[in-house]
Write a protein that binds this ligand. Structure first.
Ligand code: AMP
Length: 230
């Protein structure tokens, strides 16, 4: 594993979109907890059944379960050029679980990047988001439209509104996130790993901000482009 980054921020801050670009442009491996859970739910696996009631109502899956399944996912990506974690950790308990996993392997995080956005923008991004019910690709009814309305460009699947993107659930998710976010940010701040970035604006703008940060910190050169594996 080369560069190891965590993306933090409330639902709708653009973590998934940014992580997707970092995967495409820089070859980092995008690990999304939410997408992983949704896929398990779609496949009706035992894990999917266990997490469904949390995910569909916007509540957090218990830490112990999240840490167990996500560290297993990370262990499978040992040879990745780098990792960008989207949606994990979301609590201090999970951050400690991730730390323990990395420390046991002699590894650490390079940074935790927090995407800051005003609440009105979060609500408009989430309520306009549409997701492919087959491959999980994301769209937006105003800012990221598919070529044919209601149909996924990538696989032809139907675009749907996620249950947890319904307005009443959005409000609940934002409240839950706010309660967990402050101690999590403090956790990374104390370790000098926290970087705050403006998450508003278009996808290209946010990517440019992250790229500048990566350049400034020497991550692009030292941690990715020399292809180092550790
Ligand atoms: P997301 O796609 O990141 O918005 O996640 C969707 C849902 O999956 C969340 O509302 C939670 O129910 C669940 N989830 C995702 N990541 C986590 C996590 N790190 N801890 C607990 N629950 C999570």
């Amino acid at each position: 594993m080369g560069l190891r980054l965590v993306l933090l921020g409330p639902p709708g801050a653009g973590k998934g979109t940014l992580a997707g670009i970092l995967e495409k442009e820089l070859g980092l491996s995008h690990v999304s907890t939410g997408a992983f859970f949704r896929n398990e739910i779609r496949r009706r696996t035992r894990l999917g059944k266990a997490v469904n009631r949390y995910v569909s109502s916007g509540r957090l899956v218990p830490d112990e379960l999240v840490v167990r399944v996500m560290t297993r996912q990370l262990a499978r990506r040992r040879k990745a050029k780098g990792l960008v974690l989207d949606g994990f950790p979301r609590t201090v308990g999970q951050a400690k679980g991730l730390d323990a996993f990395l420390i046991a392997r002699g590894l650490g995080l390079d940074g935790a990047v927090y995407l800051d956005c005003p609440t009105s923008l979060l609500v408009s991004r989430l309520s306009g988001r549409r997701v492919c019910n087959r491959c999980g690709s994301n769209y937006h009814i105003r800012t990221m439209r598919p070529r044919v309305a209601g149909i996924c460009d990538a696989c032809g699947g139907a675009l749907i509104l996620r249950k947890d993107d319904q307005v009443k659930t959005i409000a609940k998710r934002l409240v839950i996130d706010r309660a967990k976010a402050r101690p999590l940010l403090e956790f990374y701040q104390q370790r000098h790993l926290l970087y705050r970035l403006n998450g508003s604006g278009g996808v290209a703008q946010v990517f440019q901000r992250v790229r500048r940060l990566m350049q400034r910190e020497g991550w692009l050169h030292d941690r990715i482009e020399d292809g180092r594996r550790d």
